[in-house]
Design a protein around this ligand. Sequence first.
Ligand SMILES: Nc1nc2c(ncn2[C@@H]2O[C@H](COP(=O)(O)OP(=O)(O)O)[C@@H](O)[C@H]2O)c(=O)[nH]1
Ligand SMILES: [Mg+2]
Length: 378
Amino acid sequence: MPGNPFRKMPEVPDPEELIDTAFRRAERAAEGTRRSFRGTRTPPEVRARSIEIARVNTASQLIQDRLWEIVRRTPNLDEIHPFYRELADAVAGVKRLKRSLADVHTVAKLARLIREEYTRKLKRADDPAEAARLRREAYGRLASTVRRKAGDALRFLRRVQPKLVDLPSIDPEMFTVALAGHPNVGKTTLMTALTGSEPEIAPYPFTTKGIQVGYMEDPYPVQILDTPGLLDRPEEERNPIERQAIAALKHATDAVFFLLDPTGTCGFDVEEQLDLLRRVQREFDVPFHVVLTKADLEELWERPERLEEVLDEGVRVYEVSAEDGRGLDKLKRRLNELARGYYGGRDRAIAGGDASDRVEGCRGDAAARGSAARGGPS
Ligand SMILES: Nc1nc2c(ncn2[C@@H]2O[C@H](COP(=O)(O)OP(=O)(O)O)[C@@H](O)[C@H]2O)c(=O)[nH]1
Ligand SMILES: [Mg+2]
């Protein structure tokens, strides 16, 4: 599964730490070179040249490598899925992220130029004092270039890298259903019933409970997401960053299933739930469905009177119980129909055969996840 494109982003050193490490490593390299001359009759200026070249080479190479690695292992922000771009924007700010990566890249290149320039000069140094002077000059330039041109960038990237690495791992290209509804209406229970495994909990920025992710394939891969604490509150209670977390979610969501508990055992009365339903229905620009949960609690259960009034035309309503299983098959069938439409619409040419042919790279991983989560062989 594609997953979080930032997951391979390496830890970012503080600029001073980077400089220190580079010079320390350079000392060790110099020591090695010095040792290799022991017992030989190498003229002092030749020794000095070699030792200083080892220092400058090692220090600049380390800086170049560490910086280049950061750039190389951070995804191109113009190429990632909008779901991840939006989240990256929420946790770091895409503009600043790009600028910082560009600065780091520039300094990686400068480190190489400094190395080339001073290796050239050092080769021509004719006495140890001159070699030492050139090395000090190279060190000075390396350190000041890192500090002045990449200092802010490194400190910033160091701060946001853990948050980026920790973004949830989902497949935004898979047919994705978001669950909505008040707490305790039965979202997690339904997800477990549909997918046959406990949802995985992945971190989701700015929600304390993370995002719950489940997979189903019967045979079409369906990704189910629940964001406790996010889609169960009205817009006006959200802070700007939660809004951005929802905006990200919208980029990945192909259908919304709103769960309503008509028994009120969730602690929210039906009117309150209908109110939220209305808001979510307005908010999302994808097909909307309603699931009335806990149908087994027959004494308490009643189809909400005002439901039809509140629903947009054509919205389907399902009645289910995760407890006795009623309505689940119908709901599953519907999910698969929707998924088929989604994949078929995206690529009609590969409509036949196994589902893995249709969604390259999705099915195998989803199946592996499913069986791993169920404790089966993977
Ligand atoms: N009787 C009955 N209880 C259910 C059903 N689905 C969920 N519950 C119960 O409702 C409570 C909240 O369910 P949960 O799935 O955690 O709700 P969530 O907060 O929306 O994820 C739990 O005690 C579940 O056992 C159902 O179909 N029938
Ligand atoms: Mg839950």
